[in-house]
Design a protein around this ligand. Structure first.
Ligand code: HEM
Length: 184
């Protein structure tokens, strides 16, 4: 159990129901954003299973129950993404869908989420730290050469986890380098 000053991201987004809602919003955004078509088309027609698997993964990665490990074992996320051509554009689109979903989720401020980041500063910190940590994972999924793209923000790719390009690094991320944030 964490103290108020040491809440996990899992707690800050509202625990089990919070992660579920966030993931549901994420795939809704992927489904409805015209710009996300290229990544939406990589997924099955029904997003139900994708939603379930991402919910399992994020639950543990955010500091909650390790549902993915219990149900499917080692995530091997990079290996599982190899069948899909993922370049910088695809990684950025994934993050953009998540950013929109997180905003909707935090805006919704459901009554059940007593631990949800509830001050402006705490919310900004949660959004920034969570998106940065997810971006490192998304960049690690890249399996296509970077192409110069002046329309996307130029975010550094020099992170060691990304540069290492192996699954043990992600394994470490998933188990120990989950995002940490504190309530203001
Ligand atoms: C970088 C852009 C990404 C693209 C284009 C992408 C695309 C995909 C696709 C097409 C699938 C297969 C659909 C399915 O199994 O239902 C998948 C599965 C999955 N993705 Fe991603 N993904 C990306 C990033 C991420 C990130 C950043 C995470 C985690 C934070 C993630 C977590 C997962 C998980 C847990 C699965 C299910 C793996 C399995 O058990 O089969 N993905 N992704």
């Amino acid at each position: 159990m964490s103290t108020a000053n040491d809440a996990t991201v899992y707690e800050l987004v509202g625990g089990d129901q919070g992660v579920r809602q966030l993931v549901r919003f994420f795939y809704q955004e992927m489904d409805r954003q015209p710009s996300a078509k290229v990544i939406r088309e990589m997924h099955p027609q029904s997003l139900d299973e994708s939603e379930e698997k991402l919910y399992w993964f994020l639950s543990g990665w955010m500091g909650g129950p390790q549902l993915y490990w219990e149900k499917r074992g080692h995530p091997m996320l990079r290996a599982r993404h190899l069948p899909f051509p993922i370049g910088r554009n695809e990684a950025d689109l994934w993050i953009e869908c998540f950013r929109l979903a997180l905003k909707r989720h935090l805006d919704s401020q459901p009554a059940w989420a007593s631990t949800l980041a509830d001050t402006k500063a705490a919310r900004a910190k949660l959004e920034s730290e969570l998106l940065q940590a997810l971006q490192r994972v998304a960049l690690h999924m890249m399996n296509q050469p970077a192409v110069a793209n002046t329309t996307t923000p130029n975010i550094s790719t020099s992170d060691k986890t990304v540069a290492s390009g192996n699954d043990s690094a992600l394994h470490k991320d998933a188990k120990t380098n989950s995002p940490k944030t504190t309530k203001e």
